[in-house]
Ligand binder design. Structure first.
Ligand code: ATP
Ligand code: MG
Ligand code: MG
Length: 377
């Protein structure tokens, strides 16, 4: 008999987990998602939906009573509530790991204590802390919300002393940290997984290009030297050794000007920079996540084709209903997420541009440039 899988969050990540789960009918018999938006993307692919806020205690209790195993696509769930329902359903990654990761200050402190490199950072209690730390750090620096941030919406870059007040006011009472700006050469990430039995596998290092703090492109593999690749993989391994819990972890890193690696942040969930794996690997990150939390042998993470993932973002000038894109060129795998309404820079879909045998990244980039106009929503 398959298990009933509960997912907190039914956006595109929950949707792609649900799609992978549907291909494992022997292991998973039913999928239930908890999401506040009626007919969320995951519900559109066959998950049963509980419509409620991610932090709604009664809804989480209901989900735990109906599920055998629970996972999540967002890191903003209430780890205390999740801990309290562990008697009803197995939760992976564990609520304790979630508690550390979902708070950027606790996360960075944890990494630092384990000798894993992160940018310099301090906890901010008041505006004086910002002013004093900036005297030491210099400009620019980033004021960051400790919790509930995504797509850079919880970051404020401070370029000069005159900006301190507006940056501080922007966050209105949220808990904050201040972080040194890293003038990185490149952003890279490792998608790592561990199953409940302790087996670990990582996907090859990929390169991430952001626009206005939002991931726009992932290039697999990253265009870096073998030495940098090794360094990044070593840091990912070190991180997995100290971080508890089963599932996929997205480890975002910066390659600094002197070719060292520092971790930007970790996501305790499937990650946008792993979407290439839907076509580039034998095992997608979504299947791998399920294999990990079900305690199955992890699948191959080998990169079969050079691949570029391109995010389709809502236009900055438009908000409202839009027509989903259709692109069916050879080697292009488009996935729209079923969101009805476009908002500026909202993630509406992505496509993977998959290289045929021997096609180089440079050739794929050329191809991508011819597609970008048609990928505008
Ligand atoms: P995500 O959508 O990945 O969860 P987030 O809202 O948690 O994003 P971060 O990952 O902290 O935000 O930052 C978003 C982007 O801002 C990073 O990918 C990077 O481009 C830039 N950034 C963040 N921190 C720094 C830093 N210390 N120095 C330079 N750039 C930074
Ligand atoms: Mg984040
Ligand atoms: Mg990030």
């Amino acid at each position: 008999m398959g298990k009933i899988l509960g997912i907190i969050g039914g956006g595109q990540l929950g949707m792609m987990i649900a799609e992978a789960a549907k291909k494992m009918p022997n292991e998973i018999s039913e999928i239930i998602v908890l999401d506040p938006t009626e007919n969320c993307p995951a519900a559109q692919v066959g998950a049963t939906q509980i419509i409620a806020d991610f932090k709604d205690k009664d809804a989480i209790v209901e989900l735990s009573e109906k599920s055998d195993i629970i996972t999540y696509e967002i890191e903003s769930g209430d780890s205390d509530i999740l801990k309290s329902v562990e008697k009803n359903a197995e939760i992976n990654p564990s609520p304790e790991t979630l508690r550390i990761i979902q708070d950027k200050y606790l996360q960075k402190t944890f990494l630092k204590e384990n000798n894993i490199p992160v940018p310099d950072f301090v906890k901010i209690e008041n505006i004086e802390d910002v002013k004093n730390t900036l005297k030491e750090y210099g400009y620019p620096a980033l004021l960051k919300a400790r919790r509930d941030a995504y797509d850079g919406r919880g970051n404020y870059k401070i370029d000069s002393e005159e900006m301190i007040q507006e940056a501080y006011d922007y966050f209105k009472g949220q808990k904050l940290l201040l972080e040194k700006f890293v003038p990185f050469k490149m952003e890279v990430s490792v998608i790592a997984s561990r199953n409940t039995k302790g087996q670990i596998k990582t996907y090859p290092l990929v390169e991430n290009i952001h626009e206005e703090n939002i991931l726009r492109e992932t290039i697999a593999p990253a265009r870096v030297s073998e030495e940098i690749t090794k360094k990044a993989e070593l840091i990912a391994e070190k991180t997995m050794a100290v971080l508890k819990g089963a599932g996929i972890f997205g480890i975002e890193m910066f390659v600094t000007q002197d070719d060292s690696i520092v971790i930007n942040e970790i996501a305790p969930r499937v990650h946008n920079s792993g979407h290439h794996s839907l076509q580039s690997s034998e095992t997608s990150q979504f299947e791998q996540h399920l294999r990990a939390i079900l305690g199955l042998e992890l699948g191959s993470t080998k990169l079969i084709h050079n691949t570029i993932m391109y995010n389709i973002l809502g236009s900055k000038e438009f908000q409202g209903e839009y027509k989903p894109l259709e692109i069916s060129d050879e080697g292009v795998f488009l996935k729209m997420y079923g969101k009805k309404v476009s908002k500026p820079l909202r993630k509406l879909g992505h496509f993977n541009l998959v290289g045929s045998k021997g096609e180089s990244i440079a050739q794929l980039i050329e191809k991508l440039n011819t597609l970008k106009d048609r990928a505008a929503v």
